[in-house]
Design a protein around this ligand. Structure first.
Ligand SMILES: [Zn+2]
Length: 129
């Protein structure tokens, strides 16, 4: 046994009765998280450029009737809420990825107990519940 035997995937916490993480399992989680993060980033970018172009519309249409302006405002607020959720998810994914890199992945963010492999598969795997 060398000092490096318990670094990387094998050093991550698991629940009682679970086998230790293998590098392949951890890599699968990492690539899933990375793919999800990339998709979220693309969603956010798209929503932001939609919002930006619609903000331009709203200014241009300032003379239009109120109902139309109201509908546009509602739509924009809805989109901002979606973007907010996507940002929150993205932040969670990035935290999970950072934890994998720091070898602290697999511990509940709230209570510090091992999430276990089953919990971690429900990405982003930051909480035990
Ligand atoms: Zn917990």
């Amino acid at each position: 046994m060398t000092a490096t035997a318990h670094s990387g995937a094998a050093a991550l916490p698991v629940r009682p009765g679970e086998k230790r993480w293998t590098e392949a399992e951890l890599e699968a989680v990492r690539s899933e998280l990375a793919a999800e993060a990339a998709a979220l980033r693309a969603d956010i970018e798209r929503a932001e450029s939609d919002i930006a172009s619609r903000l331009g519309d709203a200014v241009g249409d300032a003379g239009d009737d109120q109902a139309d302006v109201g509908a546009k405002t509602f739509e924009r607020e809805h989109e901002l809420a979606l973007t907010h959720n996507a940002r929150e998810l993205l932040a969670q994914n990035e935290r999970a990825l950072a934890r994998i890199d720091a070898s602290t992945y697999g511990t509940c963010e709230s209570c510090g107990e091992p999430i276990g492999k089953a919990g971690c598969r429900h990405s982003p795997g930051l909480h035990c519940a």
